[in-house]
Design a protein around this ligand. Structure first.
Ligand SMILES: Cc1cc2nc3c(=O)[nH]c(=O)nc-3n(C[C@H](O)[C@H](O)[C@H](O)COP(=O)(O)OP(=O)(O)OC[C@H]3O[C@@H](n4cnc5c(N)ncnc54)[C@H](O)[C@@H]3O)c2cc1C
Length: 469
């Protein structure tokens, strides 16, 4: 590829500082939050939909791969480029409108998730999806990965809040899909295809999101268990008891110990598991729900450690939630590398899945910490390893494969929220029959006939298609 010519064409519309070619600058955009590494040939910092369309027209003409990027917090290698153009959407970070009458926000893709939440709160409104990375990740990245978070147990994931999208397709054509209405069956719902598409169908350049009224009160509990299975069984019992908690989050002993040495908060590190539960709504209803939750937990061997109840705008529950958000960075301190898997199983299978993960850890001699959004059946088995040790990495590969096999055999899926990206590609043919993989490919070809949009992510190459699950 004649990159000088490509850069000249890009700069016909873009300022020189929007088109970055020096090695040090490009290196920053070669990684996400995983160990996967790549290098773009050019980085373009987009500031408008017109910038994005300009880049995609040129890329399509010259068949250059384009990797859209939010803030690179992804945990599947989705934003890691293997050459081509890294299209950085972070500068498109304006909240265009918050409209309490229609109950919506309209944002550019580079808006940080927490920034949108705070701006909504100023209007008494609530944007529930809350990935643990919410201080750094973008709404565009959240839509592209259909991100989840603790509050998604009660309120649903990013998908449930997207009313409208503006997307730019590979040839530079911009489409507006959906809009500001709450109900719409007037066409095929194309916007849903872009949610969770991991940058493989087009670039998301504007998002219209549904907002809810802010619940007046929130309360939370920390419950310790001497047996890990007790915590899993208590979760299943709670969710079938007629209560819908705001969240049920889980940590095993390894995760608790890591979090405690990362940011001490008095966690019971001798216990085998910790559940963090929360409820929201009217204050009296929250108190009643917390009491009912405590009873269910105690019946299954749980010991109440802490109760938090927000009143007078003092967010005590935030303290408990912060403990959960520290899980991923804390585990990163335990070993040179960590690989965070993201399987989801039907919730009745949670105890069996947790048991199987412990067996896999023993069989492969790989330490596996376990935490996650257990109320959704979404667990993050985290393999602690050293990528410089080939023997260990062979055992890590076996452990990952065994975890995926177990999840699939229990009616679960390879990823609940992080996506397939680059890192789980090899397992996709195990999860879908050929007929469905072929439909995926046909869909991709419809929107991106030249395969320039984040190629080699989410969908394995056609050669993999011969392996029927
Ligand atoms: C500590 C930590 C905790 C996390 N906790 C959670 C969690 O609780 N829940 C959860 O779901 N995830 C979590 N994540 C993963 C990550 O934060 C999410 O996947 C997030 O949605 C990625 O946003 P981003 O802006 O960083 O996107 P990036 O990492 O930049 O990109 C992610 C994918 O989206 C594509 N993409 C990005 N922007 C666009 C766009 N505008 N148009 C088209 N495609 C685009 C990229 O090509 C890539 O495939 C966590 C990550 C970390 C590091």
């Amino acid at each position: 590829m004649d990159w000088e010519r490509v850069v000249r064409r890009l700069r016909e519309r873009l300022r020189p500082d929007q088109v970055e070619t020096d090695l040090a600058g490009r290196r920053v955009y070669g990684r996400d939050a995983t160990w996967a590494e790549g290098m773009p040939d050019v980085v373009v910092h987009a500031e408008s939909t017109a910038d994005v369309a300009h880049v995609l027209r040129i890329a399509n003409d010259l068949r250059i791969p384009v990797v859209p990027r939010g803030r690179g917090t992804g945990l599947a290698g989705g934003a890691v480029p293997k050459g081509g153009i890294c299209l950085n959407l972070a500068p498109m970070n304006r909240i265009l409108a918050i409209d309490p009458a229609d109950g919506i926000a309209i944002v550019q893709p580079g808006v940080i998730t927490r920034t949108l939440q705070q701006a909504s709160e100023a209007h008494g409104l609530f944007y529930p999806p809350d990935p643990a990375s919410l201080e750094t990740c973008t709404i565009g990245g959240n839509v592209a990965t259909n991100a989840g978070g603790p509050c998604c147990l009660k309120y649903g994931v990013t998908r449930d809040y997207v009313l409208g999208l503006e997307v730019v397709l590979a040839g530079g054509e911009a489409l507006r899909l959906g809009g500001r209405v709450m109900k719409d069956v007037s066409g095929y719902d194309l916007k849903q295809l872009f949610i969770g598409s991991e940058g493989t169908l087009g670039v998301i350049t504007e998002i219209t999101l549904r907002l809810l009224p802010m619940p007046p009160a929130r309360g939370a509990l920390a419950i310790a268990f001497n047996r890990l299975e007790g915590a899993c069984e208590a979760t299943v019992a709670l969710l079938s008891s007629g209560i819908l908690p705001l969240m049920v989050e889980f940590m095993d002993q390894t995760t608790m110990q890591a979090v405690e040495s990362f940011r001490p908060s008095g966690l019971p590190t001798q216990a085998e598991a910790l559940l963090l539960l929360a409820a929201d709504g009217e204050p009296a209803a929250v108190e009643a729900d917390l009491q009912r939750m405590i009873s269910v937990m105690q019946r299954h061997g749980g010991q109440l450690l802490r109760t938090a109840f927000d009143a007078d705008n003092t967010p005590y529950t935030e303290e408990l939630l912060e403990i959960r958000r520290n899980a991923s960075p804390a585990l990163a301190q335990l070993a040179p590398h960590k690989i965070s898997e993201d399987i989801t199983v039907p919730r009745s299978k949670i105890p069996a899945m947790a048991r199987r993960i412990q067996e896999i850890s023993r069989e492969t001699d790989i330490p596996i910490a376990l935490y996650g959004h257990i109320g959704d059946g979404n667990l993050h088995p985290t393999l602690l390893c050293d990528r410089g040790n080939p023997d260990e990495m062979t055992r890590v590969a076996h452990a990952s494969a065994a975890i995926f096999e177990a999840a699939l055999s229990m009616g679960g899926v390879l990823s609940g929220e992080h996506g397939i990206g680059l890192l789980k590609l090899d397992f996709v043919p195990r999860a879908f029959p050929i007929a469905i993989l072929e439909k995926f490919r046909a869909l991709k070809a419809l929107f991106d006939p030249q395969n320039i949009m984040n190629p080699g992510k989410k969908l394995p190459p056609a050669t993999h298609l011969s392996e029927e699950p």
